[in-house]
Design a binder for this molecule. Structure first.
Ligand code: TRP
Ligand code: SF4
Length: 327
């Protein structure tokens, strides 16, 4: 029996290169080896953006288009939308009955976000319960492995605690304890040298046009200590070079590395070369993107199929959980 993998992303719209080479590349590998469930966590978007949820649907579909364009395969992985499988919310309610408040109040992610996102009123029941919903997402598929970033580790730990408590209270091993799966990802930063993130406005998008890519690449931070072309550079600490390693042929990468260290290539030229390779490199993705954008019916069918598959599994474990509780 293949182990089960489950993961979700909040709908943030079109994906950027950080997403592509981070979570998504990892999911693509996992679908070859495991029984995978990947979903858009649209209810989770509401926990912080309930005041204006007008983009959630649009962002959900943009993200699904990027997932498919990046090579998530609906024949291999079950791809769906959280809110279309209402069993998640029923299990969430059940878990909310048994989750002690202090477990949620001491959650580091919760405390941090309350402090950081001061412009939003996050003093809500739903926001506190974010990890309870996430536990329901994971446990309803009895997932063994959950690929996530380090920021999500407290949530996986809470999921394990909720599973343990459920099994103990109702004297039945309904839910296996899931393990987090941390992947090694290439370190691609945003054009300003910070973590690539939509909210920092420093991201390069898979949907960016060649002109936009050229402009963004030309603005990228490089080796800060290199002021002139005659200064030797340090490609190992240069974000442009990290991108070259992905998008530029190996011999050229080696040449750039040497020329940069010996002050034989300037950053302007180096970036021009990257922009060209990047534009070529994401072209196939953009073509697939265009295909799904113009074949909305097919896209819908793929997702409907995923929803049905997910729902069958979710239904069964929800019934099992309710039976164990006795309702
Ligand atoms: N909280 C996750 C994030 O912000 C998204 C998510 C929701 C998730 N439910 C999940 C991730 C279940 C893994 C498993 O990235
Ligand atoms: Fe970075 Fe290229 Fe400039 Fe070297 S030449 S510092 S690798 S941008």
């Amino acid at each position: 029996m293949k182990k089960r993998v489950l993961s979700g992303m909040r709908p943030t719209g079109k994906l950027h290169l950080g997403n592509l080479h981070g979570a998504l590349a990892n999911w693509k590998r996992l679908q070859e080896q495991y029984e995978c469930y990947f979903f858009v966590a649209d209810w989770h978007a509401l926990t912080s953006d309930y005041q204006d949820a007008s983009h959630v649907q649009e962002y959900t579909w943009e993200m699904l288009i990027d997932w498919l364009s990046a090579g998530l395969d609906p024949e291999k992985a079950t791809i769906f939308i959280q809110s279309k499988v209402p069993e998640h919310t029923e299990l969430h309610l059940l878990f909310s009955m048994i989750t002690p408040l202090p477990w949620l109040e001491r959650n580091p992610t919760y405390k941090e976000q309350r402090k950081e996102l001061i412009e939003k009123d996050l003093n809500t029941y739903g926001f506190l319960g974010y990890p309870v919903l996430q536990a329901a997402d994971i446990l309803i598929y009895k997932a063994h492995l959950v690929p996530v970033g380090v920021d999500q580790l407290p949530h996986i730990e809470l999921t394990r605690e909720i599973a343990r408590r459920f099994n103990y209270l109702y004297k039945k091993e309904v839910f296996p304890l899931p393990e987090p799966l941390l992947a090694e990802v290439p370190k691609l930063l945003g054009i300003d040298g910070r973590k690539m993130s939509k909210s920092y406005h420093n991201a390069i998008y898979l949907s960016d046009s060649p002109e936009v890519i050229k402009e963004k690449v030309s603005q990228m931070f490089t080796d800060k200590s290199r002021l002139r072309k005659s200064d030797p550079g340090h490609p190992d600490i240069c974000n442009v070079f990290s991108f070259h390693k992905i998008y530029t042929p190996a011999e050229t990468v080696a040449q750039i590395e040497e020329d940069c260290k010996n002050a034989k290539i300037g950053c302007v030229e180096c970036k021009k070369c990257l922009a060209e390779n990047l534009i070529q490199g994401i072209l196939p993705h953009q073509e697939r993107r265009h295909y799904y954008e113009t074949h909305a019916g097919e896209l819908k069918e793929i997702v409907e199929f995923g929803i049905k598959k997910a729902q069958m599994v979710a239904r069964a474990s929800l019934e099992e959980a309710k039976a164990a509780v006795g309702i």
